[in-house]
Design a binder for this molecule. Structure first.
Ligand code: IPE
Ligand code: IPE
Ligand code: MG
Length: 241
């Protein structure tokens, strides 16, 4: 009996968000450059998508590149971006086979043109799939997203398209990048860091948080199942008794 068999199929999270962290440390432990860790992180993404697909979890969000990550050395950013292009290209057939739809959140326009083009093509090719949404957060930060939403709402208020008294949670949600996707039930962060790093701050108001010391390139299906099992043992009260 492995972890997967213990998972209750009637109590699955509808959305799992993941802060994939620890690639650099994983590479350093092996005396390699940080990018070696990023390259090896792709297998972990592949396994996670596969595991979510097999269980029937409909939404998976990966934090792949944050607004703050633009402050890393140019060489690391450039290599990460080209890695992204090649990964999207090589994984698209797999996404199609699994019935997965690729989506992106974040300031996509700020990415290099070839990354944008590759991303758009993969989103177009997979747009009719309904089994699983694979959402990548790229050039994303929650504070950027919230400020953008506030600006967009303010413009509509100014144009008399929105009555300020009608601004509520659901209207605000509709202006976020994640509009249309349920909030994460479970947030996983690898590498032992106990922080959120500007990820989905609004959306994780009632998410269950799961931290594991496993470095992202080592993350496998069994770790994903363990996180789901841990989630299923929790009592979610949402402020009630
Ligand atoms: C996560 O791994 C990947 C990205 C943030 C792009 P890191 O590159 O942050 O690896 P560590 O945290 O330095 O080990
Ligand atoms: C968070 O990881 C961002 C991503 C996983 C894309 P970081 O490695 O950038 O976060 P900090 O700097 O440790 O908070
Ligand atoms: Mg990190």
């Amino acid at each position: 009996m492995d972890f997967k068999d213990n998972i209750n199929k009637n109590k699955l999270p509808k959305h799992i968000a993941i802060i994939m962290d620890g690639n650099g440390r994983w590479a350093r432990q092996r005396g390699k450059e940080r990018i070696f860790g990023h390259e090896n992180g792709i297998q972990a993404v592949r396994e996670t998508i596969e595991a979510a697909g097999e269980l029937g979890i409909p939404n998976l969000t990966f934090y792949a590149f944050s607004t703050e990550n633009w402050c890393r050395p140019k060489k690391e950013i450039d290599t990460l971006m080209s890695l992204l292009v090649s990964a999207i290209r090589s994984e698209t057939p797999e996404l199609l086979e699994k019935g997965a739809k690729l989506k992106a959140i974040g300031d996509i326009e700020s990415l290099p043109p070839d990354t944008i083009a590759e991303l758009r093509e993969a989103m177009e090719i997979t747009k009719n799939n309904t089994q699983l949404n694979v959402i990548v957060a790229l050039s994303y930060s929650s504070q950027w997203e919230i400020i953008k939403a506030v600006k967009d709402i303010a413009k509509q208020v100014k144009d008399n398209k929105i009555d300020p008294d009608k601004i509520d949670k659901s209207l605000f949600n509709s202006f976020l990048q994640t509009s249309g996707t349920p909030d994460p039930d479970l947030l996983i962060r690898t590498s032992g860091e106990l922080r959120i790093s500007n990820f989905l701050l609004w959306q994780i108001a009632y998410s269950e948080l799961y931290f594991t010391p496993v470095l992202w390139p080592d993350f496998r299906k069994k770790h994903f199942y363990q996180a789901v099992l841990d989630y299923q043992r929790r009592d979610r009260r949402f402020g009630k008794t």
